[in-house]
Design a protein around this ligand. Sequence first.
Ligand code: THU
Length: 133
Amino acid sequence: MTDIDWDELRAVATEAMHRAYAPYSRFKVGAAALVSDGRIVQGCNVENASYGVTLCAECGLVSDLAMSGGGQLVAFVCVNGKGETIMPCGRCRQLLYEFAIPGMLLETVSGIRTIDEVLPDAFGPRDLEEAAR
Ligand code: THU
């Protein structure tokens, strides 16, 4: 799928960002992704007084994915409080990888990238399957 509407995805991510709960860092994040069946899932960061317990926006997004019927992620973007595209953190690249179609696209600070470019040689479900054989 090459005709990704990045403007729409960024708009959904920005809408999610406005719901962020980030009283500690004051760094609001919103994330949105296109699912293989055409629907769009979203998430925002939710911080905690116990800082390390904070949920990144991508956590909410994968929860939205599961709750709304599952499927695989085709394209992803996350934004800061100004609606500007930011990079998903390392942990969240791993979260996304679990549900990514091969070659999932991300809009990043250095342009459109694939999941394999931002998380090379990723550890994933296949590694567990191979070990179990
Ligand atoms: N954050 C996200 O929600 N996603 C990312 O990929 C990067 C970081 C949040 C976590 C925290 O609430 C705030 O940004 C500052 O690190």
